[in-house]
Design a protein around this ligand. Structure first.
Ligand SMILES: Nc1ncnc2c1ncn2[C@@H]1O[C@H](COP(=O)(O)OP(=O)(O)O)[C@@H](O)[C@H]1O
Ligand SMILES: [Mg+2]
Length: 322
């Protein structure tokens, strides 16, 4: 038996005036999955999440969470889910325990159940012994764990986390992902946004979003398959920007992008590509210092899809009569 999907989006759209922030997103998140929602700043991640949490009415399309239509019954959705907003909405002038008590009240927890969940949350967030500390004085990583604890106090089956790790140090980030993994282990569906591409490796499946549109989705492995039958070559040359410009003009260079002081060039065949790059750069008196075939990173995948999406948008704009 397969469980019904935890979250479903069907052409979910949000427009602010004439600007489309979320553009006909269609995707499905399975129960118990850690689903990563990746995109640059302004891509539309928070807007999509806020619609799915029943906080913002969709302009068009539908969003369904645990079988509930977010447009029809946003209040029911709010009660059934956990939500950690991009700026943790903790009360800085309350203690750890007071924050937990406050959020427990918001979620309607009372009596023994409220106290049990509070104790559970303190252990989960590893804040035992720190219950009386003022929230505003906690280090970032602790605040982040407290915010997560507050979001899941009422034991929701689906949790939305909006950039939970932004601005937190790497050790705390790793620790936070271990918590997320644990939650998923006991069946909670986690929908999490991030702009740290390395964090995608922690997700079971991913959606890449660009300018409000779904650019790609799948497992990390599936997303990297766009490079099957191609090679990514990493090139260094004395004059980098000239090299980038020259390689970008070659029709055999399927894609070019710059990564710090190196250029990534996607070619059909590694050996042929290597020879062509050498010849092209030598012809300009800018011979390559190195050309190495590399395993494509998620960043390569992301750039690939963003460029494809940009090309599609340009093509769309070209035929648009308006
Ligand atoms: N209330 C609003 N009114 C007008 N534009 C908005 C509003 N909220 C978000 N936007 C715009 O929608 C786009 C997507 O924003 P957002 O969903 O916050 O992106 P992300 O979370 O991926 O950074 C941005 O261009 C943002 O400026
Ligand atoms: Mg955001």
């Amino acid at each position: 038996m397969t469980a019904p999907p935890a979250i479903e989006l069907d052409r979910l759209t949000k427009r602010f005036g004439s600007f489309t922030a979320v553009d006909a997103l269609t995707m499905t998140v399975n129960a118990g999955e850690i689903f990563g929602f990746l995109g640059a700043n302004g891509a539309g991640k928070s807007t999509a999440i806020r619609m799915l949490c029943g906080l913002l009415a969709p302009t068009e399309g539908t969003g369904t969470v645990l079988g509930i239509d977010v447009s029809r019954d946003p209040e029911a959705v709010k009660r059934r889910i956990g939500y950690m907003s991009q700026r943790f909405s903790l009360y800085e002038d309350l203690s750890v325990r007071q924050n937990l008590r406050f959020f427990g009240g918001v979620y309607g927890l009372r009596g023994t159940r409220a106290r049990e969940r509070e104790e559970w949350a303190i252990d989960m967030a590893d804040l035992r012994g720190k219950e009386h500390r003022l929230t505003g004085e906690l280090p970032g990583g602790w605040k982040q764990r407290l915010a997560l604890a507050c979001a899941v106090l009422h034991d929701p089956k689906v949790v939305f986390l909006d950039e939970p790790t932004s601005g937190v140090d790497p050790i705390s980030r790793r620790r936070f992902w271990a918590l997320i993994d644990e939650m998923s282990g006991y069946g909670v569906t986690v929908f999490v946004t991030t702009h740290y591409l390395d964090e995608a490796e922690y997700c079971h499946r991913l959606a890449l979003i660009h300018a409000g549109r779904l650019a790609a989705q799948g497992t990390v492995g599936e997303l990297k398959e766009v490079f099957a039958g191609r090679a990514v070559l990493e090139v260094t040359a004395p004059r980098l920007s000239e090299a980038l410009e020259l390689l970008g003009e070659q029709d055999w260079a399927l894609e070019t992008s710059v990564f710090g002081t190196r250029i990534h060039v996607v070619v059909g065949d590694a050996e042929v590509g290597r020879q062509r790059i050498t010849a092209a750069l030598e012809g300009e008196g800018n011979p390559p210092r190195s050309i190495d075939r590399i395993v494509p990173s998620l960043e390569d995948v992301f750039i690939h899809h963003v460029e494809e999406e940009e090309a599609r948008l340009r093509a769309g704009a070209a035929v648009d009569p308006a």
